[in-house]
Design a binder for this molecule. Structure first.
Ligand code: NAD
Length: 467
């Protein structure tokens, strides 16, 4: 079996403990992986602090060049990394390959940004300059749905700003990140990038650690609350990208055949395990039956299989815990709605659930009100769009959402009413490193990407000089 190592202080080291990583398509052990102890996390924090001064003083062009080199190294190893990602995460190989390509693109774009100081006033009275300084050691806590891409959402901005980092992948998807750690070991000065793995036990130690200045966290809202509480003891900076329950509002003027593929793809990509996936559809009464039937046809024809198999469209759920959780949503769909397509797990090893379309269901049920994070989509009927918008907005979450109509003015008006960080019109799940991304309400705090995201990895400093 291939060996995997942690990256601490520039050295590839064994964990003090080990843990098994399961292939979700087979339920077999894919690899044994190092598991860091709290003492090893402390070592990583110490190494990152020791490297911080030198890295912060390194010219920004040199820091940028290192991140660009990492993007090149990922490109050069993309095929192997994508295959490993499919084996540990479950997504189809085409999606893993796309994740590698996006990862390199995010690294390059975000490392290409500029961090400029600003002169606010310069006159006979005073000179006031606004600067952006690095924070110190930043902890990047990553979930299991996009284990590599989400690192690329955070790492380039953290490093470009002059911080050093500790990356902690999710326990069920650490392997591809550890491989990337091997690439980092050859590119970055010792201690600038560290990677530790855990069994969900080091996150709280990180959030409360006095040697860490900021936590950039992506994961569930429940864990986000713990991060916030843990960060309070040291007034750590935090960026939280949390869960969502995105609504798609589909007006009566659309052709259901035309919009169904976009809605289906927006709900079932990565087996529905996408924070910004469509998680509930509000469809106008006049197109309700036809839309349900079109979505049902797409679900019936979807190829659910091991992501390594040619033609697989939807892979397994990522881990057993999530699989068991999604099954409770399936039970709710059977109890409170009518199943148009799917509705069952696959009779084989692996955490496979057929894409499921559920009609005749409404708000107040588990499937509509909570985040399913799986390939089960409820379709809710409406007659008055203001009422649909009110129901869409009644969620505690506010990550994304979409409006589907041929009336551009109405679409814009509705988009402005939606209480979410991103609203799409006639599409869902379109984003890029140049577009700031963040959640409203309990979907998060702060933003990632673009200049706004870069600034979150800095401390604003004002120098005010008498003249
Ligand atoms: P999770 O919250 O269970 O875990 C996320 C990470 O937090 C893991 O690395 C985990 O080990 C770590 N963690 C666990 N306990 C911790 C603690 N007490 N303190 C600090 N860290 C701790 O989330 P998940 O199940 O891996 O991911 C699914 C969730 O993530 C979904 O709710 C999804 O919507 C959300 N998500 C959000 C975004 C976004 O950008 N908004 C993107 C992807 C996923």
């Amino acid at each position: 079996m291939t060996e995997y190592k942690l990256l601490i202080g520039g050295k590839l080291v064994a964990g003090e403990m080990t843990m098994d990583v399961i292939n979700p398509a087979t339920e077999e052990v894919l690899a044994t992986c190092p598991r860091a102890s709290p003492a090893q996390l402390d070592d990583a924090v110490a190494a990152a602090n020791a490297a911080f001064k030198g890295w912060a003083k390194t010219p920004i062009e040199d820091r940028r060049a290192c991140v660009m080199k990492l993007a090149d190294a990922i490109d050069a190893n993309a095929a192997d990394l994508a295959r490993l990602l499919t084996q540990e995460q479950g997504k189809p190989l085409a999606e893993s390959s796309a994740e590698m390509a996006y990862t390199a693109a995010f690294l390059r774009y975000l490392a290409g940004l500029e961090l400029t100081n600003k002169i606010i006033e310069d006159n006979d009275n005073r000179r006031v300059e606004q600067r952006r300084k690095p924070l110190g050691v930043v902890g990047l806590i990553i979930p299991w749905n996009f284990p590599v891409l989400i690192v690329a959402f955070k790492l380039p901005s953290a490093l470009l700003a002059g911080n050093t980092v500790i990356i902690k992948p999710a326990p069920t998807t650490p392997l591809t990140t550890l491989r990337i750690g091997e690439l980092c070991a050859d590119i970055f000065p010792a201690g600038v990038v560290n990677i530790v793995t855990d069994q969900n036990d080091l996150g709280s130690h990180m959030t409360a650690h006095p040697g860490i200045a900021k936590i950039s966290f992506t994961g569930s809202t429940e864990t986000g609350k713990k991060v916030m509480a843990g960060a309070a003891s040291t007034i750590k900076r935090i960026t939280l990208e949390l869960g969502g329950n995105d609504a798609a509002i589909v007006m009566g003027d659309v052709d259901p055949k035309v919009v169904a593929p976009g809605i289906f793809g927006g709900a079932t990509m990565n087996a529905g395990q996408v924070c910004l996936a469509i998680k509930r559809v509000y469809a106008h009464d006049s197109i309700y039956d036809e839309l349900c039937s079109e979505l049902g046809k797409l679900a019936d024809s979807a190829v659910v299989d091991d992501g390594l198999k040619q033609g697989a469209q939807i892979g397994p759920l990522q881990n057993k815990m999530q699989y068991e959780k999604v099954k409770t949503f399936l039970a709710d769909a059977h109890a409170n709605g009518t199943i148009v397509a799917g509705g069952q797990v696959e009779d084989r090893p692996g955490y496979f659930i057929r894409p499921t379309i559920v009609r005749d269901i409404t708000d107040g049920t588990k499937l509509v009100d909570e985040e399913q994070f799986g390939p089960i989509l409820p379709i809710i009927r409406f007659t008055d769009v203001e009422d649909a918008m009110e129901r869409a907005n009644s969620s505690p979450w506010g990550l994304g959402g979409s409006v589907w109509t041929n009336d551009r003015d109405k679409a814009y008006e509705l988009a402005c009413e939606m209480e979410s960080g991103t609203v799409w019109i006639n599409k869902h799940l379109d984003f890029g490193p140049n577009i700031p991304f963040g959640g409203a309400k309990q979907s998060g705090i702060g933003v990632e990407f673009a200049e706004e995201g870069l600034h979150e990895f800095t401390q604003l400093q004002v120098i005010n000089e008498a003249r």
